[in-house]
Design a binder for this molecule. Sequence first.
Ligand SMILES: C[S@@+](CC[C@H](N)C(=O)[O-])C[C@H]1O[C@@H](n2cnc3c(N)ncnc32)[C@H](O)[C@@H]1O
Length: 226
Amino acid sequence: MQLTRDSTLVAPTGAMPRTADAGTLAWYDRMAETYSEIVSRDAPDDDLKAFIRLLDPGAGPILDWGCGPGNTAAMLASLGFEGHATDASQKMAELAAGLGIRVRVEPFENLSSTPRYQGIWSNFGLSHICIEHVPPLLSLAANALLPGGILHLGMTTWREGFEDGDRSGRDCFGLIFTQLHPDTLRRLLTSVGLEVLSLRETSFEMMLSGGKTGCALVLARKTATP
Ligand SMILES: C[S@@+](CC[C@H](N)C(=O)[O-])C[C@H]1O[C@@H](n2cnc3c(N)ncnc32)[C@H](O)[C@@H]1O
């Protein structure tokens, strides 16, 4: 599956897509404990600190969307924020619940579009949905934010061994992944009423699936209703 940067990757109309992919979620169920051991931290990293600086514990709940083992939601709760979390992997949700997090086992599209959250932390969950599902899901996130609300988006931008450009594929473990060029991300976020406040590009070695990957860490503010 491939879409060029000039193609019709546009914000959505109509019914929400079904994003849950059996192969991807089976892998996360199987690898949940190992994943948790690798990614969990005791203290916020610079990206989480930058997100927190834009939020206020009294200004409404925060959603950890595709929360994995719940480590981020737990750190937010320890700082006095009302944290909610969702993930479509049962095992990941069990780990998050074990940290005392209120977590729902559900795919991204089950998020209510009613504006409710002052912040949504979406860290590499949307890298595991098909490329054509990204615009409607970003639009849903924008809807679910309160006016002025903040989205953190961690998104894959390229992967070693795969052609560059906006595209989806399956890796050698059968996981769906989507990579989007930073320019595409900026355009999509703007098109759903989110103002990009910062976009940091970096790369890292993937410890579980192997190979290098590039990513963008974005902070965006809701400025309009999509
Ligand atoms: C790369 S992990 C990121 C986890 C966490 N946000 C973090 O930063 O460590 C991707 C997460 O997205 C979840 N996920 C994948 N597809 C999903 C879907 N369609 N709906 C909801 N969650 C999904 C996986 O179960 C996994 O926990």
